[in-house]
Design a protein around this ligand. Structure first.
Ligand code: C2E
Ligand code: CA
Ligand code: CA
Length: 875
């Protein structure tokens, strides 16, 4: 920041001058100036024009009146002197002595003079106008003199030039007319048509002359232009243009002076708006308030720039705190910022770690330079403070103390002090949140119920053990424990008892392991893991078995006595995995296999488990959609009726054609279906499908098979709603339950013998036949035979296989047949592969035979063909 502020950019004033008036305000003021100049100018010009026109009209009126008057006088004068001259001429004629002087004058005044005209009756003189024949010619005025003394007369026609001379005017038109005039005789300017002013005067000749009066009319249209050397409009235009030009120049000059600083301020403001605080307004060429304003602006911009920068630094620090950045990073960011204040050189942040007594010191050495060092003897604020320095706490926690030490704060600018305080507060927050996080981490590693480690804690512990390298030789046994029967306890007695039981299990395991456990954790639910050190003699195996034994002892929870079991899977470090992921996964897998092969045992991980379990997990997933995708189907294996030596019934056996793996044997996928509960859905489909098949066979009277056997899974039988499901299926088919035999394995039944007996009785009640499948293996507790309701005994294949190999096999088989006979049950032998086995079984009196010797399980179509061939005596 210091670097940025050191080289401020200034605005190029030359560029600013190029525009005429750049600022909008300037342009506005300029046009107002223009208006203020132009309006009075126009008003004055208008007024003065009106005024001069008024004066001109008045003056012209007066002029016309004067002119008509003087013209009238001059005409009368001329006529009178002409009459006098005519009299003199007449008298001279009468006297007979012509007057040469008068004759000469008469030649000027008159065009011609005639004497001795016929005598007139008049006395005296008269005037009349003789109408001219030429349209524009001046009319002739004629004066007549009569004299009674000599009885003759003189008639003088006046010379046009004499009579009308001086009548011309450049300013107006003057016309002389009267009743004797054909039309007025006009002189002077052409008669105007508009804006006229007129003056009329009548000229009477009597009593001097006989004759009609004349009328003198003067007409003018006054125009100022006639009085001025140039056009008045042009004059105004020139003056206005000049005035406006001058005002434009003056105002532009003024405005430019006023608005250039304004523009500079605007540009700088815009720069600030865009976040650039490095612009400064140049003070050169600025005067008056603008200078002060620019000065304040520059100061403000620097201030805001610093504040904004500081806010950015603060938000970066906040983000770092929220992002859980290391404490050192946050301290570094804060100290780096403080180092931009020259006043803070020498400021130190000290942080003592109480665990090891070391103190870390961050010092502002110079502007923008912070160093970090480590002091080993314990430090405390009091032992470090020098007289003229001040210090304040940042944090004081059980694990660390931190404080900030700076030059005495009295000398700081308030801003510096505020920033120092903000940074101090941020570091305090960072330290506390760091400590809080540490606490959370340690708390997060514990299970809240049993206070044992949880998965996180276990993983951390295991990682630490592995990375310490201490167990690379002896190894570590990771034992994964799953409580058997916990779910039942929880379901039966509620979560409260369940939780108490879990706590007791935790305590018991802890006690059992004594101090030999490297870790004991609960992963959730009823799953526990403990770690013990390996040893060459395998003592750890005994330890693990002891834990299992202790687990199985009865627990007294309240007034309940609960017994549970456990399955333990063990994976060894480093053989079965180098990291916690592999070790836990493999131990889990081993536990899973311990559980599925009978529970209450310890199973050690083997590589073969790995691929087998992965495959099982995948197949279980695939199986869930197999029914929908029509991948399941039934095959049928016929049973030979020994008395009639014909096939009367068949066993329905399930098949799964996997899209990738092909046919998968039911021995493999049915346990998967049972584990996942899918067997419920699949089992009812099998029953429905087998019944439908039987119904379709029933259409053909010739078809020998009239009964069908369907295998039931113990899971199906245990299900509450199983009977309702069966009833629903029966509703939709014409097949009678008596044609259906349900095969159940005795092992599955004795788990909950009472409910099994109850369910089987109800199934029998509905009409179904019940067969005890795989009879002879497993429990085969004779005492159950008396209570179990059944109709058929199926001697297990293993006995048939043993014929001729183990003596006992035949002995057991014959005992089973005898038992069946005694109980009056139908006895079936399955897995018959050889004619010897068949004849031995026939010899024992078995009712039905089933096995590859007769037929493998077949699809209905194949079975059809097979039965047809079997019925054909020619084969
Ligand atoms: P299971 O009920 O004992 O069925 C008889 C098994 O023995 C059948 O095997 C059959 O193919 C086989 N078998 C019959 N005769 C001979 C023989 O002469 N030699 C030999 N080696 N084997 C013979 P599969 O079909 O593989 O069925 C295996 C088991 O899967 C069945 O044993 C049954 O427990 C179960 N299963 C099959 N289908 C179903 C079903 O729809 N539902 C249920 N819950 N279980 C079924
Ligand atoms: Ca069966
Ligand atoms: Ca069987």
């Amino acid at each position: 920041m210091a670097r940025l502020l050191a080289s401020p950019k200034t605005i190029d004033m030359r560029f600013q001058r190029r525009a005429f008036v750049k600022s909008r305000l300037g342009r506005k003021i300029f046009f107002i100036f223009l208006l203020i100049g132009a309006v009075p100018l126009l008003a004055v010009s208008f007024l003065s024009r009106e005024l001069s026109e008024y004066v001109l009209t008045k003056a012209t009126g007066q002029l016309l009146r004067d002119s008509t008057k003087s013209d009238a006088l001059s005409i009368v004068d001329r006529l009178r002197s002409a009459e006098s001259l005519l009299r003199i001429l007449a008298e001279a004629r009468l006297d007979g002595s012509p007057n040469a002087e008068a004759e000469r004058r008469a030649s000027v005044v008159f065009k011609h003079v005639e004497y001795s005209l016929p005598p007139a009756t008049h006395l005296g003189a008269s005037i009349k106008v003789r109408k001219s024949t030429l349209p524009d010619a001046a009319p002739d005025a004629v004066i007549n003199i009569w004299e009674t003394k000599w009885g003759g007369a003189v008639e003088g026609t006046l010379s046009t030039s004499y009579l009308w001379e001086d009548l011309d005017s450049a300013l107006y038109s003057i016309c002389v007319g009267g009743t004797e005039f054909a039309k007025p005789y006009c002189r002077g300017q052409a008669r105007p048509k508009s804006n006229t002013i007129e003056s009329e005067r009548i000229v009477y000749f009597r009593p001097y002359l006989q004759g009609e009066p004349w009328v003198i009319l003067a007409v003018a249209a006054p125009d100022i232009a006639d009085y001025l050397p140039i056009q008045i409009g042009a004059l105004f235009a020139y003056v206005a243009a000049l005035a406006l030009f001058l005002s434009l120049l003056a105002s532009a000059a003024f405005l430019r002076r006023a608005t250039t600083p304004l523009d500079a301020l605007m540009t700088a403001t815009r720069a600030v708006k865009e976040g650039d605080f490095t612009y400064t307004v140049p003070l050169v060429g600025m005067t008056d308030e603008f200078r002060d304003l620019a000065h304040s602006f520059n100061a403000m911009s620097v201030n805001i720039g610093r504040d904004v920068l500081f806010l950015k630094v603060l938000s970066a620090i906040d983000k770092a705190i929220l992002d859980r950045q290391p404490l050192a990073t946050i301290i570094d960011m804060s100290m780096q910022h403080l180092s931009t204040h020259p006043e803070l050189i020498g400021t130190r942040l000290l942080m003592t770690n109480h665990a090891n007594g070391t103190t870390r010191v961050h010092t502002v050495e110079d502007v923008e330079q912070v160093t970090t060092s480590e002091v080993h003897e314990g430090a405390s604020p009091s032992s470090q403070v020098v007289a003229d320095r001040s210090w304040r706490w940042i944090a004081k926690t059980p694990t660390c103390s931190a404080w900030l030490e700076s030059p005495a704060s009295a000398s700081f600018a308030s801003k510096t002090a505020a920033e120092l305080e903000s940074c101090r507060a941020r570091i305090a927050v960072a330290i506390h949140s760091d400590q809080y996080e540490q606490q959370l981490i340690s708390r997060a590693a514990r299970d809240s119920l049993t206070k044992l480690l949880n998965r996180l804690g276990l993983v951390e512990r295991l990682d630490a053990l592995i990375s310490s390298g201490a167990f690379d030789q002896s190894g570590i046994a990771v034992a994964y424990v799953d409580i058997d029967g916990f779910k039942e306890v929880n379901d039966a007695y509620g979560h409260d008892i369940g939780d108490r039981l879990l706590k007791m299990v935790a305590e018991r395991m802890d006690k059992s392991l004594e101090s030999s456990a490297l870790a004991l954790a609960r992963l959730g639910g009823d799953e526990f893991v403990f770690l013990v050190a390996g040893d060459a003699q395998g003592l750890y195996r005994k330890q693990i078995s002891a834990v299992l034994r202790d687990l199985q002892r009865v627990y007294a929870v309240g007034n309940l006595h609960i017994q549970i079991g456990g399955s333990i899977g063990v994976a060894l470090y480093p053989e079965d995995g180098s990291g916690h992921d592999d070790l836990l996964k493999n131990a889990d897998m081993a536990m899973y296999s311990a559980k599925s092969s009978g529970r209450n045992q310890v199973m050690f991980f083997e590589a073969s488990l790995n691929s087998a379990s992965a495959e099982r997990i995948e197949l279980r997933r695939d199986l869930s959609g197999a029914l929908e995708r029509n991948e399941l189907f039934l095959v049928y294996q016929p049973r030979l009726d020994c008395r009639k030596m014909s096939y009367r019934s068949a066993e329905a056996l399930l098949r799964w054609r996997h899209p990738k793996r092909g046919l998968i044997p039911p021995d493999y996928f049915i346990p998967l279906a049972e584990e996942s509960g899918l067997i419920i859905e699949i089992g009812s489909w099998v029953l429905k499908e087998a019944i439908a098949q039987l119904a379709s066979w029933a259409h053909d009277d010739q078809f020998p098979i009239t009964r069908i056997s369907v295998n039931l899974s113990p899971i199906q039988l245990m299900q509450e709603s199983f009977l309702t499901t069966v009833e629903e299926i029966l509703k939709c088919t014409p097949v009678q339950p008596s044609a259906i035999e349900l095969e159940v394995t005795e092992g599955a039944l004795i788990k909950d013998i009472d409910s099994a007996v109850h369910k089987l009785k109800r199934l029998q009640g509905l009409g179904f036949a019940i067969a005890l499948d795989d009879f002879g293996v497993g429990y085969s507790a004779m005492r159950y035979l008396s209570v179990l309701p059944f109709d058929t005994l199926k001697i297990d294949k293993s006995f048939v296989d043993g014929f001729g190999i183990h003596k006992s096999a035949f002995a057991i088989a014959s005992a089973i047949v005898a038992l069946g006979k005694a109980l009056e049950k139908n006895v079936v032998a399955e897995g018959v592969e050889t004619p010897e086995q068949a004849s031995a079984l026939l010899g024992l009196g078995v009712d039905e035979l089933q096995g590859y010797l007769y037929s493998r399980p077949q699809t209905p179509a194949d079975l059809d063909a097979f039965l047809l061939a079997a019925a054909d005596p020619s084969e």
